[in-house]
Design a protein around this ligand. Structure first.
Ligand code: NAD
Length: 424
């Protein structure tokens, strides 16, 4: 997650402020213009709270005749790792694809060059193709930064998350040799990011951004975390905030957790402050105690990258963006443009997106297939790393890794082979 477009709104406010300064002198005009902007934001948020408070029924994938999986390659190394992931999925889902239970729909048109040409973070035709799918596997997409020479359009990811209200970002991190088995539930739609491109330059010297936490927004992510703990037999949920300092918004998040936790008496929970929690993630004695972790957006963004680094780097981790009616599954890293310009794209690690595919299959209820892929990835990446990826020509290429995974999936003794490593 990188930059959001900041310029249009700021410019708008500054122009308003300059105009106001000419008409009325002094601070009042400045404050009135800023207050009018804040008022508009508040109105939108009040309407949004009403909208997300309405009960929504979660999609039941078992009732669908055909599950349509959309695939978007993305930018940079995205198409390279997506190609390998699709190859592996086609092997894994051979019978489901031939029976028509699953369809894979590759969607072109989200490339950065096209988004810039159309000046749309999510072109209309791409959005309507995504709407025809039940879940989406997405390679990383480039978001132009200020000063990059490209137009500063909004991130495609944020546009997709908003279009489908994908409020939960779920990221598992596992290091079996160290007893680490974490699942992070990061709130995906609120916090500092929600109005990240709509802050106010009140005066050229005074900048203000906004942090939003809503009761229904906090409740739905916290409930999802507790439900996950219950469903997977985990015994503990950790809630991370900075509620001792950021009292109103983080306070509401923590208060909501306290209330929701009462409905899950079999699961213990504890609250941590983000600073101590971040430190404890590298404390080998304490960190294996964490199981399910739920946090607001910004803290979740930072901590999950830290956790993925402990697992072996951002190239090893997948994530799910979930809403009640749609799910988007992706690698946690970006499009790694430097790997492309340095000619190393072919050596990108596709494990991240393949792990995302494991989550996708589990989410749609294909538990056997999801488990088989997870076992094959454990064998190829952790237990028998024949095709070790280094990101450089001294290591395996993405396609060699793909071959290794496909060969492993074809092993009739996959289960016992994987099991033999669990006893060691
Ligand atoms: P990045 O994650 O793309 O890359 C940082 C470094 O990590 C790379 O230079 C590379 O050395 C390494 N790396 C990342 N993925 C790897 C892989 N699969 N295999 C091997 N090495 C890998 O971070 P960045 O350079 O900050 O971002 C590049 C672009 O990606 C930006 O435009 C950013 O906005 C975008 N981005 C997109 C997403 C997304 O679509 N979900 C997420 C993050 C960043």
């Amino acid at each position: 997650m990188r930059s959001c477009s900041t310029e249009p709104v700021r410019e708008h406010i500054l122009i308003g402020l300059k105009g106001a300064r000419n008409r009325m002198s002094g601070q009042d005009a400045v404050l009135d213009a800023a207050a009018a902007h804040v008022r508009r934001l508040l109105q939108e948020q009040v309407q949004r709270v009403e909208r997300i408070s309405k009960p929504v029924e979660w999609i039941d994938y078992s009732k669908l005749d055909t599950i349509v999986i959309g695939v978007i390659g993305g930018d940079g190394i995205g198409p390279i790792i997506a190609k390998e992931t699709v190859r592996v999925m086609k092997e894994l889902l051979k019978s489901e694809l031939s029976s028509g239970r699953v369809r894979i729909n590759e969607i072109p048109g989200l490339e950065i060059e096209r988004r810039l040409k159309l000046m749309q973070p999510l072109p209309d035709d791409v959005l309507s193709e995504i709407r025809k799918c039940h879940v989406l596997l997405k390679g990383p997409t480039t978001t132009p930064e200020e000063g990059s020479g490209m137009a500063n359009i909004e991130s495609a990811n944020i546009a997709i998350r908003r279009a489908f209200d994908l409020f939960a970002n779920v990221r598992p991190v596992r290091i079996p040799s160290q007893g680490i088995d974490w699942v992070f539930f990061r709130e995906n739609t609120e916090g500092e990011y929600m109005l990240g491109s709509r802050g106010v330059m009140v005066t050229p010297e005074l900048a203000m951004d906004f942090k939003i936490i809503t009761k229904p927004g906090a409740e739905r992510i916290i409930r999802l975390a507790f439900e996950h703990a219950r469903r997977t037999g985990r015994r503990k949920v950790t809630v991370v905030t900075k509620a001792n300092v950021v009292k109103t918004t983080d306070g509401l998040f923590l208060e909501t957790a306290r209330r929701v936790a009462k409905e899950y008496p079999e699961i213990s929970w504890d609250g941590w402050y983000i600073d101590v929690f971040t430190a404890k993630l590298i404390d080998e004695k304490r960190r294996r105690d964490f199981q399910v972790v739920v946090l607001p957006n910004l803290y979740g963004d930072i901590v999950t990258d830290e956790a993925a680094e402990l697992q072996g780097g951002v190239g090893t981790a997948g994530s799910a963006n979930l809403g009640a009616r749609f799910g988007m599954f992706e690698a946690i890293h970006g499009s790694a443009p430097r790997m492309i310009t340095e000619g190393r794209g072919a050596y990108a690690d596709p494990l991240s997106l393949m792990r995302a595919a494991v989550m996708l299959l589990e989410h749609v209820g294909m538990l056997v297939q999801s488990r088989r892929l997870a076992m094959a990835l454990d064998i190829c990446a952790l237990y028998e790393p024949k095709a070790k990826i280094t990101g450089r020509p001294d290591g395996a290429s993405a396609s060699q890794f793909g071959d290794h995974v496909i060969a492993t999936l074809r092993d009739p003794h996959l289960d016992s082979r994987w099991g033999s490593f669990q006893q060691k």
